[in-house]
Design a protein around this ligand. Structure first.
Ligand SMILES: [Zn+2]
Ligand SMILES: [Zn+2]
Length: 100
C-alpha cells in the first residue's frame, strides 16, 4: 500500500509552477495556479486601476446640494434638480400655487 499522501494542504510554495501570462501586462512568467501577475508592480498597478474605476463609478455626477424645501443634502441626478425627493418637489409646487 502506498503511504504517500496526495498534495492535500499544499501551500503556495510547494505548488507546481507553470507558465502563465500576466493579466496586467501580458508577459509570460512561471507562477502558481493562483498567480495572476508577473510582478508585485503589476499586481499593485492592477489593484490601483481597479480602485480608480470603483471610485469613478461611485462618484456622483454632480456635487451634493441642499434641498430647496427641507434643506437636506442630496445628490442631484440632473443639473437643475433642486429637491431631494418627489415629496419635496410636490411641496414646493404646492407652496408656489398657494403662497402663505
Ligand atoms: Zn505583468
Ligand atoms: Zn427635501
Amino acid at each position: 500500500m502506498d503511504m504517500r499522501r496526495d498534495a492535500t494542504g499544499a501551500t503556495e510554495h510547494t505548488m507546481a509552477r507553470s507558465l502563465r501570462s500576466c493579466v496586467s501586462c501580458g508577459v509570460a512568467f512561471a507562477g502558481t495556479a493562483r498567480a495572476f501577475y508577473c510582478s508585485q508592480r503589476c499586481k499593485r498597478r492592477a489593484f490601483s486601476e481597479r480602485h480608480r474605476e470603483e471610485r469613478r463609478a461611485l462618484r456622483p455626477e454632480h456635487p451634493p446640494r441642499a434641498c430647496a424645501v427641507c434643506g437636506g443634502l442630496f445628490t442631484p441626478i440632473h443639473t437643475n434638480a433642486r429637491y431631494c425627493t418627489h415629496a419635496c418637489r410636490q411641496q414646493a409646487y404646492r407652496q408656489r400655487q398657494a403662497p402663505p
